[in-house]
Write a protein that binds this ligand. Structure first.
Ligand code: GCU
Length: 670
């Protein structure tokens, strides 16, 4: 049977190695669990289901352990000894106890995560003879953000339509909702904001709350809470009020009543996600109020309910001198003014999910406010569903960046997990890349980005390669040489994409609106704050955005150590060079090449590397499913053509400024 990708990394095909299968079989002769917790029940069912597939035989569920057999015990234990943050109820321990494997956790969710970890051991071919694994999530709120609209479209979605079928809810629950919840739980995610941040007010109507309630009912047994993106002006649009001013008594009352109404239907509702005063969305500034006044009003509306407000810092307007600085300028002064239920959600970089960005300067700059890191799994600027780009290296690059705001080691990860500033709550959000395509993500390799996000949200110390290896073994093949080859391609894919699209720190030079393909020549058209020249600043002298003190001075938003590292074009890492410096075409770089030659070299070698990806992929053909192999092969062919398109468009366009020949190894013969 051809693999259509629907089962993601939860395939549970029969363990092929007979010896290993026998070992697993002898260790898993029964399952026993305590209590009636709904999530614990899910854990039991998932374990049975997984083992049935992997071992090729049913594993009975017993009321208690049987002394003459080996089995797996699932036990909720309030005092379970799980590693990591002592506050986490979601941690688990898997250990060998006498003849049995014991999975303990402080909650049903902990056991569920433990069960998926145990299954993963078998899916990736690890021994289970003497286990001692303990793990806790480093970040508390681990969410997917869906940019799904009520009409079924998905903003920046490239994998079909929205999986939520609003016209069928609440009566019909598509089985896909459950499969979606399983996939999320299996990688440790515990929250879903189900609708677009450019939110429709509709979701707050009684009609939709009933539908959302039905979805929440599917998610609950998987330990997942549902959140809503809210439209700021909802009190006007659906509430009949004349204003949406957060300090207006009627507005406050409206939101409080709305929160009560939601919690009556959905007692474990997660809270609100808000995009306000950004890209034309309404917000508190329309009434002369600031973001904190808006966010705090919603936090107050949540009252005693166990919910949070995730207030987005992605703000910019036409006409700002350097968009890089706007979020910082609006939010930094508000540090200390947000109520304890508010987290400010910050994109990984200051512009907008570019293929490579320096970390957002707000990280480390708001010590009194818990900051949610928002990354994008959907490949808006990263080749949509045709380019193979594994994003864990991008996520890691941000998480590992050292803000230096409290000395060396003040990484973005430690800002986000709350440990740097001792926050009680912490969060991370990934903009989902899934849709109704049979394989969920359009590009089969896009599944790895969903997977990697969950794994890093749980434990950002995992390496990109380790995650890629797990995923490949669970999803594509267990053949060691093929695994190594695929992981190698994944590991390099993001750097390759950067090279043929935006090398050396170029950014925002893609097609306007669609955000696909090259369009650096927008210089001459469009809105002044959007045009590419605004970002790449090509002229007769050189290339790059001067963000030092002689330019926009955005560099000054970072701590002194970071300014020092990036402030001198001679020592600035080449990956960030044109983010911060306008560099002469003939300026020699550390590579020994001039800027122009280095730029051209990267475009050419980047595009050539796609051919390398094709060759590597061709070599694994015998080890992976034929249909899937053909699908990726075809997408790689598109990627190759488009890498050439990017290369030629950008090199030829920038050449009109540099007036330099294409360097020798790449220039066509004259
Ligand atoms: C990007 C994206 C928009 C989205 C916005 C956001 O600008 O192109 O579609 O609405 O980010 O994150 O709010």
């Amino acid at each position: 049977v051809a693999d259509d990708g629907y089962r993601l990394w939860l395939k549970y095909d029969l363990v092929a190695d007979a010896g290993q299968r026998a070992q697993y079989r002898s260790a898993a002769q029964f399952i026993a669990s305590n209590g009636s917790d709904a999530v614990l029940k899910t854990a039991t069912t998932e374990l049975q289901r997984g083992l049935q597939g992997l071992l090729g035989q049913p594993v009975p569920l017993l009321a208690k352990a049987e002394s003459n057999k080996r089995g797996i015990l699932l036990l909720i234990d309030a005092s379970a000894n799980v590693s990591g943050s002592s506050a986490s109820r979601a941690g688990f321990r898997i250990s060998t106890q006498g003849r049995n494997i014991l999975v303990t956790g402080r909650s049903g969710a902990g056991i569920l995560y433990g069960v998926f970890a145990l299954l993963r051991q078998m899916q990736t071919g690890q021994a289970i003879a003497s286990l001692n694994i303990s793990s806790s999530p480093r970040i508390q709120y681990r969410l997917l953000n869906h940019w799904d609209n009520p009409n079924g479209t998905v903003e920046r979605g490239y994998a079909g339509s929205s999986i939520w079928k609003w016209n069928e809810l609440p009566q019909r629950l598509d089985p896909r909702y459950t499969d979606y919840a399983r996939a999320n739980a299996s990688i440790g995610l515990n929250g879903v904001a189900i609708n677009n941040v450019n939110a429709s007010a509709r979701y707050l109507t009684p009609e939709y709350i009933e539908k959302v309630k039905a979805l929440a009912g599917v998610m609950r047994p998987y330990g997942i809470r549902v959140y809503l993106s809210v439209f700021w002006a909802a009190p006007k649009v659906i509430g009949g009020l004349k204003t949406a001013d957060p300090l207006d008594a009627q507005v406050k009352q409206w939101w409080a009543a709305k929160a009560d109404e939601i919690y009556q239907q959905i007692p474990d509702f997660g809270g609100f996600l808000v995009k306000a005063n950004s890209e034309g969305e309404p917000g508190p500034q329309d009434y002369g109020r600031n973001h904190a006044e808006g966010a705090n009003m919603l936090a107050t509306a949540l009252g005693q309910h166990d919910g949070i407000v995730m207030w987005r810092a992605f703000v910019y307007k036409a006409g700002s001198a350097d968009r890089f600085k706007q979020a910082y300028e609006e939010f930094k002064p508000l540090d200390g003014q947000f109520s304890p239920k508010v987290l400010v959600q910050v994109k990984n970089g200051p512009i907008d999910f570019q293929a490579r960005e320096p970390f957002h300067p707000l990280f480390g700059a708001m010590p009194q406010t818990p900051l949610v890191l928002e990354v994008q799994l959907t490949q808006e600027y990263l080749g949509m569903a045709t380019h193979w780009v594994y994003l864990a290296p991008l996520f890691k690059e941000c998480l590992d960046s050292d803000t230096q705001t409290k000395g060396p080691g003040s990484t973005v990860a430690r800002v986000v997990d709350g440990s740097l500033d001792q926050h009680r709550i912490s969060g991370i959000a990934g903009v989902a890349n899934i849709g109704t395509d049979r394989n969920w993500t359009g590009h089969p390799m896009g599944q790895a980005n969903w997977y990697a996000f969950g794994r890093l949200a749980w434990d950002y110390t995992l390496t990109s390669k380790a995650i890629a290896t797990e995923w490949t073994k669970m999803t594509l093949t267990r053949e060691p040489q093929a695994v190594a080859t695929i992981v190698d391609v994944m590991d390099k894919s993001r750097d390759i994409y950067v090279r043929y699209t935006t090398p050396l720190g170029l950014h925002h030079i893609m097609g306007q609106n669609i955000h696909y393909g090259p369009e650096p020549w927008l210089a001459e058209a469009g809105r002044p704050d959007w045009t590419a020249v605004y970002y790449h600043k090509a002229d007769a002298e050189g290339l790059g955005f001067n963000r030092t003190a002689t330019g926009s001075n955005a560099l000054a938003l970072y701590s002194p150590g970071v300014q020092q590292a990036w402030g001198d074009p001679k020592t600035c890492p080449l990956n960030y060079l044109l983010w911060f410096h306008h560099v002469g075409w003939q300026q020699p770089l550390r590579t020994g090449r001039t800027l122009w030659n280095e730029l051209a070299t990267r475009y050419y070698t980047g595009a050539d590397s796609v051919t390398w990806m094709q060759q590597r992929w061709a070599s694994v053909q015998p080890a992976v499913d034929a249909a899937l192999h053909a699908d990726v092969t075809a997408r790689l062919e598109i990627q190759r053509r488009e890498a050439l398109w990017w290369r030629d468009a950008c090199v030829l366009y920038f050449q009109t400024y540099s007036k330099q020949p294409i360097p020798v190894p790449f220039a066509p013969p004259t």
